[in-house]
Write a protein that binds this ligand. Structure first.
Ligand code: ADP
Length: 464
């Protein structure tokens, strides 16, 4: 490959060529995590790690540059805030956002109040509100497009409404989840009200009891009793979504992802068995017969192919379209609430469960989806995902800003739906629909080839 056609994001063997630029200098990054993201940032041509309280640069190395950039001046020791890109953790953002000043060029992970979408109780509250508004303004039929989250109540605040609903539907299964925990912690299923007596004793106290701390908030949610099973096992799908702006809303959807399977065959006989009912890797890896070699994941591409062969391309296409609807409606539900800031971006991990009619249900949205790899395939997925996220953010300013696809990310929404240029990859056999959405979840991801092409195109556009 010629020097001119070298793809940004891929390390050249010659260190002197590994210099991306903001204007005339390298890009300085900070990172709070120590997993695939750090590998991507450290390996990115022309990007340099900045030491600071959260930096992963060992103290002994602080003040020096990586070996390939040692010809540049030393990094100042007191360089907190001296960064262009910060992959920070949520706690850091909460503690610092309100008092920090961000320069024009700085980019930081997370919007200030991302929890409006990522706390289980708030997500549902916001969805219910937009649903009501839609019903008022556009009618019942349009409001039905919000039928993608299971009936949910916040506890203890909505306990009495929940009990009324419970009595109307005796015999069904409910799932209790702490609103702000993750990895399956504190979750249990129940059929009878008396099964939550212990929870009530421990957590729910009348608000008049002044001596008590505020009880932990839970959500109680209708359990999806008819999940789609593959090989007798339940699974859910992890979908990656990138939001670069809330106003106007600009949303990218990543082609890759995975399905997480439970290790034990599904059955409603043993509702207390978390290995049967919770698909979290954090739960499944503790199952007694868990085999780390086999793991419990399929790529979304594998899943899409399997489902298309089993249920027909049209039905699967409809299912993926319904996932697009979940993404857009959920983001719109917080569009006016999230504090929009041009410095911020968010990469969400959506958890979607399919039922046996191939209807997707939104289970939850994570602001910090795990970027720790569970194996080689998982590592490659996450490496590509984050490399392409940096390509979308384009701090190097190498693209035109008009791209609809960057590596594995497809632009789904830019203040309105984006229509695909072509529908070669994943369209139904019968189908050259004119307004196919620019959505390719689970489709072929020839990201390196595509990047080469768009960088060449952008170069020639910029020259002319
Ligand atoms: P956490 O944040 O602790 O991972 P989730 O809401 O994602 O909590 O739930 C954990 C797992 O429990 C999900 O991955 C899914 O397998 C299962 N689950 C959660 N809610 C439901 C539901 N309403 N119906 C069926 N399964 C559910």
């Amino acid at each position: 490959m010629s020097k001119v056609a070298r793809i940004p994001g891929y390390q050249s063997k010659n260190p002197k060529q590994n210099r991306g630029i903001i204007g005339d200098r390298e890009i300085r990054f900070k990172c709070s995590l120590q997993n695939v993201i750090l590998d991507v940032l450290r390996g990115r041509p022309g990007w340099t790690e900045v030491p600071g309280p959260n930096s992963q640069v060992p103290a002994a190395q602080q003040g020096t540059r990586p070996s390939n950039l040692q010809s540049l001046p030393p990094i100042p020791r007191n360089s907190d805030g001296d960064w262009d890109f910060y992959w920070c953790d949520r706690e850091w953002l909460h503690q610092n956002y309100d008092t920090m000043f961000l320069h024009e060029h700085q980019k930081i992970l997370h919007f200030r109040n991302h929890y409006e979408l990522t706390r289980k109780n708030l997500m549902v509250k916001n969805l219910k509100r937009l649903r009501k508004q839609t019903e008022r303004e556009q009618g019942k039929t349009e409001a039905q497009s919000f039928d993608f989250y299971p009936t949910t109540y916040e506890l203890p605040s909505e306990y009495h409404i929940f009990v009324e609903e419970f009595k109307k539907n005796l015999g069904i299964i409910w799932i209790m989840k702490p609103a702000a925990k993750s990895q399956g912690k504190g979750i249990f299923l129940f059929r009878r009200l008396k099964d939550i007596t212990d929870w009530k004793k421990g957590e729910y106290q009348p608000l008049s009891d002044q001596t008590r701390d505020v009880p932990e908030t839970y959500v109680v949610q209708r359990y999806i009793e008819n999940p789609l099973l593959i090989g007798g096992r339940k699974f859910d799908v992890r979908v990656y979504v990138l939001v670069c702006s809330y106003n106007p809303l600009k949303v990218w959807l990543y082609r890759g992802g995975f399905a997480r399977f439970s290790n034990t065959r599904f059955s409603l006989d043993s509702i207390e068995d978390t290995y049967v009912h919770l698909t979290n890797v954090a739960v499944q890896k503790n199952a007694p017969d868990y085999d780390p070699e086999k793991g419990c994941k399929w790529s979304t591409q594998q899943l899409r192919k399997y489902l298309a062969a089993k249920h027909g391309v049209d039905k699967v296409q409809k299912m993926f379209k319904a996932i697009d609807n979940i993404i857009i409606k959920s983001l719109q539900s917080v569009q006016k609430i999230i504090i929009n800031d041009k410095h911020c971006f968010e990469m969400y991990g959506y958890d979607v469960l399919l039922d046996d009619d191939l209807k997707p249900w939104l289970i939850e949205i994570n602001a910090s989806p795990s970027l720790t790899a569970s194996g080689k395939e998982d590592y490659d997925l996450k490496f590509g995902l984050i490399s392409d996220l940096l390509n979308v953010l384009d701090l190097e300013n190498r693209l035109t800003g008009k791209e609809k696809r960057i590596g594995g990310w497809d632009l789904l929404w830019d203040d309105g739906p984006i229509v695909a240029d072509d529908n070669m990859d994943c369209t139904p056999a019968n189908g050259a629909a004119v307004s196919t959405p620019n959505s390719y979840l689970g489709c072929f991801n020839d990201r390196k080839k595509q990047l080469r092409e768009i960088y060449l195109t952008a170069q020639s556009v910029k020259k002319s």
